[in-house]
Design a protein around this ligand. Structure first.
Ligand code: ADP
Ligand code: MG
Length: 208
C-alpha cells in the first residue's frame, strides 16, 4: 500500500514538473531521426539525456538554421531532465524578454528572477534576430548570468557567434554572454536544410 502510494506521489510530482516547464510541444529523442542530420553527434546527445551535465551545471548550445531540428532535441533533453526530478522551464527568448520587461515595469522583477534562479535547467529557445532593445538585452543577460552560475542552460540559436554582438547590440554584454555560453558548454551544430523540406522531398521521391 505504502509502496503504491509512493509511486503514485512520484508520478504526480513528475506530471507537475512537466506542466511547470511549459513545453510548447512534447518531443522525444526516440523520434529524432539522427540519420537525417549527420552533423549532430548522436552519442553526445544520448549521453546528455542521462543528465550528468545538470549535476555539473554545464550548458548545451544548439546552433543552426531554422527547421534543422534544434527545438526538438532541446525539448527532449529538458523532458528527460524533468523525468529525472529536475526543475525545468522552457522559454522562447522573445517571450522571456517581454515577460521580464513587464515584470520590471510592474515591480515584481525580483520575484521573477528568484523563481528563475530556483530552476535546475533553463531552456532558452530561439535566440535570434530579435531587435532586442538595450534594456531587454540587459535583462536577458542578467538571467543568463545567474542561471550560468547556479544551474544549466540549453540555448538554441540560428546565429553564428560572430553575429551575436550585431543582434544583441552591446559589445560588453555579448562578450560576457559568449564567454559564459562557450565555457562548460556542449556545442551541437546543425547543418543542412530544414527537416520538413528534406522529409517532403523524400516522400515525393518514394511516391514516384
Ligand atoms: P528548429 O528549432 O531548428 O527550427 P525544430 O526542432 O522545431 O527545428 O524542427 C522542426 C520540425 O521538424 C519539428 O516538428 C521537429 O520535430 C521535426 N524534426 C526536425 N528534425 C528532425 C529529425 N532529425 N527527426 C525527426 N523530426 C525532426
Ligand atoms: Mg526552434
Amino acid at each position: 500500500m505504502c509502496q503504491l502510494e509512493l509511486i503514485e506521489r512520484e508520478r504526480k510530482a513528475a506530471e507537475r514538473r512537466l506542466q511547470a516547464a511549459r513545453f510548447p510541444a512534447p518531443k522525444a529523442l526516440a523520434e529524432f531521426d539522427f540519420a537525417a542530420r549527420p552533423s549532430v553527434n548522436r552519442p553526445l546527445i544520448l549521453d546528455l539525456a542521462r543528465g550528468d551535465y545538470l549535476t555539473k551545471r554545464e550548458n548545451v548550445l544548439l546552433v543552426g538554421p531554422s527547421g534543422t531540428g534544434k527545438t526538438h532535441p532541446a525539448t527532449a533533453l529538458a523532458m528527460a531532465a524533468c523525468a529525472q526530478g529536475k526543475r525545468v522551464r522552457f522559454w522562447r527568448v522573445t517571450e522571456l524578454i517581454t515577460t521580464l520587461r513587464e515584470a520590471d515595469q510592474e515591480r515584481h522583477l525580483l520575484r521573477m528572477r528568484q523563481q528563475l534562479a530556483q530552476l535546475d535547467l533553463l531552456v532558452l529557445d530561439e535566440l535570434g534576430y530579435v531587435p532586442a532593445s538595450k534594456a531587454g538585452a540587459e535583462l536577458l543577460f542578467d538571467v543568463i548570468g545567474t542561471a550560468y552560475e547556479r544551474s544549466s542552460v540549453i540555448l538554441t540559436t540560428n546565429l553564428a557567434f560572430e553575429n551575436w554582438t550585431e543582434v544583441l547590440g552591446n559589445e560588453r554584454l555579448t562578450g560576457a554572454a559568449l564567454d559564459r555560453r562557450t565555457h562548460r558548454c556542449h556545442i551541437v551544430e546543425l547543418t543542412g536544410e530544414s527537416y520538413r523540406l528534406q522529409d517532403a522531398k523524400r516522400r515525393r521521391s518514394s511516391a514516384s
